[in-house]
Structures are given as C-alpha cells and as structure tokens.
Design a protein around this ligand. Structure first.
Ligand code: ADP
Ligand code: MG
Length: 728
C-alpha cells in the first residue's frame, strides 16, 4: 500500500467516535435558537409582534419605525444567546448559501463601545455583489445589489452569529437569487388556489404550498476523502475500480446504522432541534456509506431555507466527526447515487390538505380538482419541470440506469387510475340528477376508502402520488430545492387560473351548475393529460420508446434540458405570473449553462491531471519492476526465458497499451476543451462540453481503472473504492 493511502486509512481506523452530550428531550430544545413566536413575545412590543405576524401571514409590509423596534428586540435576544455578529443570509445563484458577518459591537468614542443593530441593518444590506453569478443582469443594468429581509422565514443563531434570511436583488429590482422567484411563485399559487377553493369553501383565505424533502448523502471518512484529489475538487470520484463487494447483497439499506455515523447523526439532529428544523427520520440508504434524513414537512419557503441551512450544518458537524459529507448525485460509479425527494402538497388556512381526500363527496371533488389540475400542469409543462432539476451532476442519475429517468411522468396507482377512467366517461354538458348521485356517491364518495389501502408504490416514477401528496423524486441531492419548487408551484398556479376561467365560463355562459361545470372541465383535462400518466417501469427501454410516441421529451443532458427555459411559453408563464421577467429568466439560463460548462471543465482538468501525474507514473514504476524481473529471468534462463516470463511480458505490453490510451485520450480531451473554450456562444460551448469533452472522462477512466487492477497494490497511490466505501 502506498504511504499516502496507508496513512489515510490508519488515521481513519485510529479514530474514536466523538463523545457527544446525551440526547436531550427534543421538544424542550426545539427552536431554542430561532427568533420564533415564543422569543418574539418575550423580546418585542405587542405592536412589533403583530407587524411581524401580519407580514408572515398576510404579506403586509413592515414599517421602518417598527423595524427599529424589531431589530432592537432581535439583538437583545441574540446577545442573550451569546451571539456577537449578525449576517444577512441568502441564496445566490451559486446554489449554496452566502453570508457576511458584521459585529454588533461599535465604538462610540473615549474608548467605549456598545452593541448596535438598527432597523436599517435588519431590513437592508448591500453586500458586494460583483462576485456572484448574475447572468448579465449587472452588465446591462447597475452593478450593485442588495439583500432585503424576508420576515416569513425566522431569524436564527448558528454558532455565535445571528442569521437573517433575506432575498438578494439588483438595484433595478431583478432577482439575483433563488428565493425571490420562489416567494413570487408561492404568492401566485396562494392566489390561484384560494380562488379555486372558494368553489368549495368560502372561508379559505390562504393556501400554503408545503414541502417535505428527503435528503440522501454519503459519509466518507475525512482522511480518506482528502486523500482523493477528485473528491476534494469535484465532490465525486472520477476514477476508481468498483470494489468486489458493492450493494449487491442489499445489506446496507435500512440496516443498523454504523456507530460513528450514528454519533454524527445525533449531533446533527441536536443542532437541527436548536435551529427549529423538525428532523424526524434517519436511516441507511442502498449504497454502502449512504444515508438519508428527512424532516416533517413545512411551508415551502421555510422548508427550502431549512434544506439549504442543513446542508451547511451537515458540512460543519461532519468536520467535528472527521467525516466528509458528499452531496453529489453520483459520487461513486457502480453503486446508487443520491437524490432529494420533494414531497409537495397544498394546505389551506382552514386546516385542509387539498391533496388528501376528505369525508364528504364535495370535499373529494375538491381533492379531485387539485389532483387533476396538478396532473394537467405536469402534462403541459413536463419539459420545464425536467429543466428545473437539470445539472451536470444530476445528469448522472436521470436517464442512467437508476433513479427516475429524464422523462417526466406521473404515477397515481391503480385505484385512482380507475377513478379517472370513470370520470372521463361522464356525459358532457349538464348531468342528470341520477348521474350526479351515482358519480358523487359511488365514484367520488368512495375515494377515501380506496386510498386507505392504496399500497402500490412505484419507485421508478419521477412524480408519484403517495396518498396525500405528490412526490417529485428526480430532484438532485445537491440541488437547492427552490428551483424545482418555483417551477412546480408556478405551473400549478397557472393551471388553476386557467381552470377557474373555464369553469366560470360554463357557469356564466352555459348556465351550468357549479359541480356540473367542474366535472365537465375535469373530464376534458383527464383526456388531455393521458400522455403523462404512466404506471409501468420507468427504467425500461420500452418506456423510452412509448414516451417518444406519446410526444414526451427525453432530454438526457443539461444543455438539451435547459433550452425550454427560453421558449416563448416559459417566458410567458413566468412573466405572466410575475415570477420572473424576461431578463431574469434569461439570466438564469445563462448562469446554469455556464455552471454546466465549468463543472465539466473542472472535472476534465482534474482527471487529466490525476491520470498523467498519478496513474501513469505509477504504472510506469510497476512496469519497470516487471522489466527488471524479465531481465533477471533472461539472465537465468537465457534464450528460453520466454517460457517463464510470458505472463510478465504480456503485462508489460498490456500496461503500455493503457498508458498509451490514457495519454492520447488526455491530449485529445485537452484539445477539445481548448476548442470549446474558444467558443463565445454559451449554447455552443455547453454543447461541445456535453458532446465532445465529457465522453473522454469515461474513456480515460476506463483505462485508469484497468491499470488499478493490474498494478501492484503497494504502489497504487489513490485510495480505493473498497476503502472509501467500507472502512469505517
Ligand atoms: P416515504 O415517502 O419515504 O414513504 P412518508 O410517507 O412518511 O415517507 O413521507 C415522506 C415525506 O413526505 C416526509 O418528509 C413528510 O414530511 C412528507 N409529507 C407528508 N405529508 C406532506 C404534505 N402534506 N406536504 C408535503 N410533504 C409531506
Ligand atoms: Mg419518499
């Protein structure tokens, strides 16, 4: 074993699990570091508290005067918890979170100082925006950007810093972050869904989209991870032969959690409790060293913030436990990759889950309305939904032989399929009283019973109905959920608005009763949404063929998938709902294409470097040993040496073949990269990276992995898969 590998493995084996405090009663520490209602009651005046409550619940603006009161209370609370700094916490288009800490401390002359935090500092800040991606927004407009407080997501303390969730916008108003369009989309769905709810219940005033994400990740010992330049620089292994044992025995999934990993999880969950992140579930996933955690669902904006926050917290807690968390969608070839299921639903302020069948036929008609409108929205916008989850790393999962395919489809289960079939057969126009009774009692009325024993699950579906919510399973593990949630809520909002228009026309112009009109429109929607409904095996080749016939898109690479973002339909959808104007939408397209190029460019450089500087020299060293050996045999055996040296001679040749292949592929890849880099159009550049550069990664890896099997283990410098995945 090479010294580097040896030391990494020794270091990891020598570790003792970190001793952490005993688990406390969780409910007693939940939200302790969050400026939540309980803390606000203690630190704010009644007027300040009600201003925040109104802002959260009704979206009203907070007056500057009141902001001063709020900031003072917030500061006192934060200092009482040991905070020394504050930061606006935001999600620029890098996909991660950003923060710049400022101290409360301020000198006031004569050697004295005070702790200061005014309304101005709370409400608005001006970070130097020039180094964040902006997709040309700041070139065409002004250079500056600012962050503005989002009172709907509560401030929290992490470490000794008070973090204030904010949006990030250009001075001209264009969004430079993920949160702004999400908030606008959530407003759109609130508006659209409330209007539709009024058909069923006049008391509904607000509809919240909910999100419950399930985060998959790998835990690798820190020393082992740091011994691999590819993991350090790209978050995944670019080479490495599969271990003899992978996940084929299915012995990891839901197995007993390794003790060091469990200690990490307990420590992480403790932090989550303090931060008010309602973590509920933890378990082993399919691949070795792969795990999952999931909270109880929350309002979508808060859930997105909590997911971004937890990814950051996981990194930090992992460091304490000498682990590295890999969020990449495909860190290891040959074993499962990671995703982030987004469970999504709509809930009213009257306490009703709109995607959960109720007790009466009328509430079930409401359920069907939202259920069918969601299906229609996905049917009409499947390509846009695919684009919302596109990234270089997620391309490894979608359309590969695991995880949902790049084709979007909706799974609803056998029983609901039958219900839709019955609804579709309803006569058009006004229903006779008998028909209505039959429909309400026997079709709509029976839904709760049939769903109760709805146990069919389809793991291959990217968008599945799971009893009282839809589960969008194709989201990447590394992704910020905001992108997917913005698009999903936007398309459903638009769909609900169209639905309401159509129903109202039937009521007003055709003199139909409300439920007749609703049945009529839904029936048409079912007919129009046939293409998207699929109950079979999403991984199969037949599905690819069938999906093509149905006219569904199958965009396997990010550059192909993103194109739809610039279509007239998409621009109109986002523009019409006030979610993104054309400048903002185009900027995001540019940024995502640019990021795609950069990711592959970095991978290509790193692999070229490892192949030439680690793999080839090691292979040559081993080959020299073989050459020495053959020379020795020749000395002893003379002319007949081949009798005993044939294997070695074959190996020498074999190694030369791989070395040659690596060198010529690296050279060719470098040339393709240069050609691509000289392209000025981002479309062309991304296409070249996708079609020309990327394929060399596989080719080079193939030969490196072959050499890993041939070369003496003592010499091999790179930590192997069996060590990365099984040393714990
Ligand atoms: P699984 O899908 O693994 O079988 P569950 O059915 O328990 O697991 O739920 C998965 C996730 O769905 C959980 O994170 C849960 O919080 C979330 N969830 C449950 N109800 C809703 C809802 N109404 N809206 C959004 N997410 C929900
Ligand atoms: Mg799930």
């Amino acid at each position: 074993m090479s010294t580097l590998r040896f030391h990494a493995i020794k270091e990891s084996l020598d570790r003792k699990p970190l001793s952490i405090a005993e688990d406390q009663r969780r409910s007693s520490i939940f939200g302790e570091n969050v400026f939540n209602e309980k803390a606000m009651r203690q630190y704010l005046t009644a007027a300040a508290l009600s201003a925040i409550m109104d802002a959260t619940q009704k979206g009203t603006k907070i007056d500057r005067n009141v902001a001063d009161h709020i900031s003072t209370g917030m500061k006192e609370w934060a200092i009482s918890k040991g905070a020394t700094h504050y930061t606006h916490w935001f999600q620029p288009l890098t996909g991660t979170t950003a923060e710049k800490h400022d101290a409360f401390f301020e000198p006031i002359g004569n050697g004295n100082a005070i702790e200061k935090f005014g309304g101005d500092q709370l409400v608005q800040q001006e970070p130097d925006a020039s180094s964040f991606p902006n997709g040309g927004i700041r070139n065409t407009f002004e250079a500056r950007g600012y962050t503005a407080w989002d009172p709907t997501s509560p401030a929290f303390i992490f470490g000794t810093t008070l973090c204030i969730p904010t949006v990030f916008v250009a001075y001209t108003g264009e969004a430079l972050d993920y949160k702004t369009p999400l908030l606008r989309a959530l407003q759109a769905i609130d508006f659209a869904a409330v209007a539709v709810c009024k058909y069923f219940d006049k008391n509904v005033r607000k509809v919240n989209a909910s999100l419950g994400w399930e985060q998959e990740y790998f835990l690798v010992d820190r020393a082992l991870a740091l011994s691999r330049p590819d993991i350090v620089l790209t978050g995944r292994t670019l080479l490495g032969h599969s271990a003899a044992k992978g996940q084929q025995l299915d012995d990891h999934y839901f197995g007993s959690i390794p003790s060091r990993a469990l200690t990490f999880m307990r420590d992480l969950e403790h932090e989550c409790m303090l931060l008010g992140i309602p973590i509920k579930t933890r378990h082993n996933e399919v691949a070795p060293n792969q795990f999952e955690l999931a909270p109880i669902y929350e309002e979508a904006n808060l859930a997105v913030d909590h997911n971004s926050l937890i990814m950051d917290v996981m990194d930090k807690v992992a460091e304490r436990h000498q682990f590295k968390v890999l969020f990449h969608e495909k860190p290891f070839a040959g074993v499962n990759g990671s995703g982030k299921h987004n469970n999504w639903s709509l809930g009213t302020d009257t306490g009703v889950n709109l995607l959960s069948p109720g007790k009466t036929p009328m509430s079930n008609l409401q359920f069907l309305t939202f259920f069918i409108n969601t299906i229609k929205a996905v049917n009409d916008n499947e390509e846009l939904l695919r684009a919302s989850i596109a990234s270089a790393s997620n391309d490894h999962r979608l359309g590969a032989n695991e995880a949902p395919p790049a084709i979007m489809s909706v799974f609803i289960g056998q029983q609901l399929t039958a219900v839709l079939q019955e609804l579709q057969n309803v006569t058009s126009g006004k229903l006779s009283p008998e028909e209505k009774t039959e429909l309400k009692l026997n079709v709509v009325g029976k839904i709760p019973e049939i769903l109760l024993d709805n146990t069919d699950r389809n793991r291959t579906s990217p968008f599945a109905f799971t009893g009282n919510k839809f589960e969008f399973r194709a989201v990447g593990s590394k992704a910020n959920c905001a992108n997917a949630m913005t698009v999903l809520n936007a398309i459903v909002a638009k769909q609900l608005m169209d639905f309401k228009d159509e129903v109202d026309v039937l009521i007003e112009k055709k003199d139909m009763k409300k439920d007749d009109a609703i049945f009529n429109v839904l029936r048409e929607y079912i007919k129009k949404s046939k293409a998207i409904l699929f109950e079979g095996n999403g991984y199969s080749e037949e599905w690819e063929k069938q999906a093509k016939k149905r006219g569904l898109s199958n965009n396997k690479t990010t550059p192909e998938a993103l194109k739809v973002k610039l279509s007239k339909n998409s621009l109109e959808l986002f523009g019409g709902l006030g979610i993104m104007n054309e400048v903002e939408a185009k900027a995001r397209y540019e940024i995502e294409m640019e990021e795609y190029v950069l990711r592959i460019q970095i991978e290509s450089r790193v692999l070229g470097d490892i192949a030439r500087n680690h793999v080839v020299p090691t292979a040559v060293k081993y080959q020299n040993l073989l050459v020495e050996n053959v020379k020795g045999l020749k000395e002893i055996y003379g002319a007949s040496f081949k009798k005993v040296a044939q294997e070695q001679l074959n190996l020498i040749e074999n190694i030369s073949g791989h070395i040659e292949a690596i060198n010529s592929n690296v050279t060719a890849m470098t040339n393709e990269r240069k050609l691509a880099n000289s392209e000025s159009s981002i479309d062309k550049k991304a296409e070249l990276y996708s079609n020309k550069v990327k394929s060399f990664l596989e080719a080079i890896r193939y030969h490196c992995d072959k050499l890993e099997l041939l070369v003496d283990d003592e010499l091999w410098p790179l930590t192997k898969y069996r060590e990365l995945l099984f040393v714990r």
